[in-house]
Write a new protein. Structure first.
Length: 318
């Protein structure tokens, strides 16, 4: 049997895991590696990419930075979360604010240290990323539109860290040959950005009471829920553009099946959105978007599964 002290320690570890949303970090790491293997360097063997030490440092620095971002976000949102997420908030409060800040600064130091080992450019990139996350949590997130756009952008930035790493490793003469990779990852990033932006706006509808009580100026508070739903509808239709580019201009293999399924799901998503008016209904919509985002990560493999055991030569339209 565990003693009381051991039980308290376990609960604090679980609490810290909840604060940094440890269940999200492996998905982000997986998404970065799959993007590197199937989109940015498909001519290389997957094993070669996995054994790239500097790439590992970039991915690990991204994961650590995101974890620290969740901590500072939790720090500033503690009062709001008491209203919006009372159960999770009570678990998160098992770890003191002082401990959270200590872990936050420790993780940020570790992230910039690993980035510096890679290059001074990586050091500047992650220093800027860490500052932007803090500034978003401290100031920007309380403002409508800008806060939503920044939140979605912060979630996409780690993929551009991988992109910049691979571009830094090639010569100037090779850049033109790799422009198609840049366009593909950009189209994927735009699609992901739009899904994340829609999710942020759904969260505003979901967290209406807590935002109102803590003077957050979100779109449904400043205007109304109908305005938010109209914007979400427009953003949903905009997802057609990056998907059209990926399916009709570039070769995404069998991943086009994922995009077709997304369109079907998003049709019902919009139908249900306009019928929703409660926190529970918005939470369901939030989870649908989360499922699409996570499943999209695993579906990257469908671009070309053979890359897993051997690289392939670059083909003309990819």
């Amino acid at each position: 049997m565990l003693s009381r002290q051991h039980k308290l320690l376990v609960m604090k570890i679980v609490s810290l895991f909840s604060v940094v949303r440890g269940y999200n970090i492996p998905i982000i790491v997986l998404a970065q590696y799959l993007s590197a293997i199937f989109i940015l360097a498909p001519e290389k063997r997957a094993l070669d990419i996995l054994l790239d030490f500097h790439l590992f440092l970039i991915v690990f620095a991204s994961a650590v930075t995101i974890a620290s971002g969740y901590i500072i976000n939790n720090f500033y949102d503690s009062q709001k979360d008491l209203i919006n997420r009372p159960n999770k908030s009570m678990l998160d409060r098992l770890v003191s604010q002082k401990t959270k800040l200590t872990v936050y600064f420790s993780l940020n130091f570790l992230a910039v240290l690993m980035a510096f080992v890679v290059s001074w450019r990586a050091f500047l990139f992650f220093s800027g990323y860490i500052f932007l996350i803090w500034f978003y949590s401290h100031k920007i997130k309380k403002y409508p539109i800008v806060g939503n756009l920044t939140a979605a952008l912060l979630a996409v930035i780690p993929f551009f860290a991988i992109l910049l790493y691979f571009y830094n490793a090639i010569s100037f003469e090779e850049i033109e040959d790799h422009m198609s990779h840049f366009m593909v990852i950009s189209a994927h990033a735009v699609f992901l950005f739009l899904l994340l932006l829609i999710r942020e706006m759904i969260k505003d509808l979901e967290n209406l009471k807590g935002d109102l009580a803590n003077d957050y100026r979100t779109i449904p508070i400043l205007y109304n829920e109908t305005t938010s739903k109209r914007i979400i509808t427009v953003l949903t239709f905009l997802t057609v553009l990056p998907v059209y580019v990926l399916i009709n201009i570039y070769d995404v293999g069998y991943m086009d099946i994922y995009f077709y399924i997304c369109f079907v799901v998003m049709f019902f998503f919009l139908f249900y959105l306009w019928k929703s008016n409660s926190k529970e209904q918005y939470l369901l919509l939030h989870n649908v978007l989360k499922f699409l985002i996570v499943s999209g990560v695993f579906c990257i493999v469908l671009i070309n599964p053979s890359v897993l055991w051997h690289g392939r030569e670059l083909i003309s339209n990819y």
